[in-house]
Design a protein around this ligand. Structure first.
Ligand SMILES: [Zn+2]
Ligand SMILES: [Zn+2]
Length: 240
């Protein structure tokens, strides 16, 4: 299964992303526009739907309620919804924890648990892919305590491909070097160990990392950046 994952378009054109070879599924991880109208959201999503076999999406904190409602009406929303596609199970959390910009789709950090409540346990032959606009806190070298944990880099479980640990230092790092991701989301990942977490929101946090056994990817701002993900025996990530 080959996935094109993209995020944080912020109303830019999707044209450079159309017609890529061999894509089975497109996952859009939010901030499709910067608070623009539903028409502008459709202008970004529909060409991708026309170009590829399947697409699912979540809204970001900048996407307006009418846009996220449209994703739901079109049955392409993953927000709070379980979607089974071939041998992967998708579950999404749209929006973000509070930002300084008072954007249309924010919720308190403490609410993350509630938003993740319906995230399913995958069947034995399924891979769970959690799509959250908001990244989890820290990377593989940061335990919840903030301690360096090189063991995470050395203990990549079989079937997960190379270990990305420590190379990027978290998908939630802002320019000042601070980690701003969600600790509740991180706790959930450490406990439930989804196979893959796709996120966005922190534009400068582009990268791939691991939290425990979970591969975490922030593809960076589209269309300039995106991730091609191959899910087979192992999960491999190609950042563009
Ligand atoms: Zn954004
Ligand atoms: Zn965002």
């Amino acid at each position: 299964m080959r996935i094109l994952a993209l995020t944080d378009l912020h109303s830019r054109s999707v044209k450079p992303l159309l017609g890529l070879e061999g894509i089975d599924l497109v996952l859009v991880l939010g901030d499709i526009t910067t608070g623009a109208s539903l028409a502008e959201t459709k202008e970004r999503i529909n060409p991708l739907r026309d170009s590829y076999p399947a697409l699912y999406a979540i809204g970001g904190n900048w996407d307006r309620p009418e846009s996220t409602q449209w994703l739901a009406d079109e049955e392409i929303s993953m927000d709070g919804r379980v979607v089974r596609f071939a041998d992967i199970v998708l579950f999404g959390v749209g929006g973000s924890t509070p930002t300084p910009f008072n954007t249309p789709n924010e919720f308190p950090e403490e609410e993350f648990g509630k938003r993740l409540a319906d995230c399913p346990e995958p069947q034995e032959d399924e891979r769970l892919v959690l799509c959250s606009h908001n990244p989890p806190y820290g990377g593989c070298y940061l335990l919840a305590t903030g301690a360096y944990a090189p063991a995470y880099c050395e203990n990549t479980p079989e079937g997960y491909g190379e270990c990305y640990g420590g190379c990027y230092g978290g998908c939630d790092k802002v320019l000042s070097g601070q980690h701003v991701g969600s600790k509740n989301l991180r706790d959930f990942i450490e406990e439930r160990k989804p196979h893959l977490v796709l996120c966005g929101h922190i534009h400068e946090g582009r990268g791939k990392d691991m939290i425990g056994e979970t591969v975490v990817v922030n593809p960076g701002t589209a269309p300039r950046h995106y991730a091609l993900i191959e899910i087979a025996e192992s999960i491999s990530i190609d950042l563009h």
